[in-house]
Design a protein around this ligand. Structure first.
Ligand code: HEC
Ligand code: HEC
Length: 324
């Protein structure tokens, strides 16, 4: 009898990839029921911020760094953020950690590259950043030298973050918008801050700064050349005419009657969003649905290297069964 080799169809392979990603992510987002409330909140926020996605190497110890983060400037390796005293943040004070998250400054005063989405994390409150700090100090300390960055000239010039900051960065904690509900403000805080959605969904200017006026209006992810659709224009992913429940389902599970997400959004869902409470997911959905429509085509990417490639139409990323 002939034994047939089982070849999973491509979508099955994808499902496996997603499941494996989910497993890895779950390893980083372990529930911490027994720890104090601050630790639990810190762990939750670390999930909301998907810190593990960049700071954990595939198959590596949680938050032990080493994962290559592609950026238009070259490859930046996410450093270790475990509490090891020599190679991690073990000697960092809460203030030093706040300086990194809120101001983009490392403990030795050097400026960090915005491949670390601190332009979003700057919106986090001090109490929330302190909770993340407490949580990271509770994870297993791992000793291993950080991988040096391989930035290309002129981006390896140490004053680049300085120029970038002067042009584009203003540290500021999220302030509740008056006249909006608590739920809406919670959603805005999570989307703009920890969720760092604009890191992918917003077009970039030179030097990789997010275009402020077209926030969440779609953008080409540098190097990966993967287009993250506009979340404001109804012609693309625009969520204006979606039911809140459908947006929430997409965020929480990656699947909704309107669309299904793929890598890299699938990684965001599995590493981060699926672990968030239904109340917070709903708040994010309410905020996203309220975003003003922006029918203008998103400005092109000004990233070196990205310009040569035309972004794939977002519609080609949609599964045929759910195409609108
Ligand atoms: C998109 C990838 C990415 C995500 C998500 C991310 N980081 Fe990072 N992070 C980096 C990179 C890359 C660097 C190094 C930047 C540099 O070398 O200038 C960094 C640097 C840091 C530093 C400074 C470390 C040092 O030694 O100076 C801290 C602290 C940090 N991240 C904490 C966090 C926390 C906490 C979260 C989640 C809330 C997080 N990061 C999420 C990519 C990321
Ligand atoms: C690492 C980059 C990245 C981050 C961070 C990210 N996204 Fe995405 N997102 C994408 C890409 C790429 C797509 C398009 C591919 C797809 O639909 O799976 C997408 C698709 C989506 C869609 C589906 C639109 C549709 O109709 O198909 C929604 C909704 C969405 N993102 C919301 C969010 C929210 C909310 C956040 C923040 C919590 C976020 N994204 C963070 C890259 C990202």
């Amino acid at each position: 009898m002939k034994i047939q080799r089982f070849e999973p169809p491509p979508h099955r392979k994808l499902r496996w990839a997603v499941l494996i990603a989910a497993f890895l992510a779950a390893a980083v987002c372990l529930p911490l029921a027994s720890k104090s409330e601050q630790l639990a909140r810190g762990a939750y926020l670390a999930c909301a911020g998907n810190c593990g996605a960049c700071h954990t190497e595939r198959g590596g110890a949680a938050y032990a760094g080493g994962r290559a983060v592609p950026s238009p400037f070259g490859t930046i390796y996410a450093p270790k953020i475990t509490p090891d005293a020599e190679t991690g943040i073990g000697k960092w004070s809460a203030d030093a950690f706040w300086q990194a998250m809120h101001n983009g400054k490392s403990a030795d005063g050097s400026l960090l590259y915005p491949a670390f989405p601190y332009p979003n994390y700057t919106k986090l409150s001090r109490a929330d950043v302190d909770a993340v700090y407490a949580f990271l100090r509770s994870v297993l300390a791992v000793r291993r030298a950080n991988t040096p960055n391989t930035l290309r000239f002129p981006y390896n010039q140490s004053n680049l973050p300085l120029v970038w900051r002067a042009l584009y960065f203003r540290p500021c904690v999220y302030q509740d918008e008056r006249g909006k509900t608590m739920e809406w403000n919670r959603g805005a805080y999570l989307v703009q801050g920890a969720g760092h959605c604009s890191a992918c969904h917003t077009a970039r200017k030179n030097l990789g700064a997010a275009e402020e006026k077209s926030d969440l209006a779609g953008g080409l992810i540098p190097v990966l050349n993967w287009y993250a659709p506009s979340l404001t224009s109804d012609k693309e992913a625009g969520l204006g005419d979606w039911e809140i429940g459908h947006i929430a389902a997409l965020l929480k599970t990656g699947v909704s009657p309107r669309a299904t997400v793929f890598w890299p959004m699938a990684e965001v869902v599995y590493g981060s969003l699926q672990h968030l409470s239904d109340t917070n997911i709903r708040a994010m959905a309410i905020y996203l649905k309220s975003l003003p429509k922006n029918e203008a085509p998103p400005p092109g990417s000004a990233f070196p290297g990205a310009a040569a490639t035309t972004p794939a139409s977002p519609s080609t990323r949609r599964s045929p069964a759910t195409a609108r």
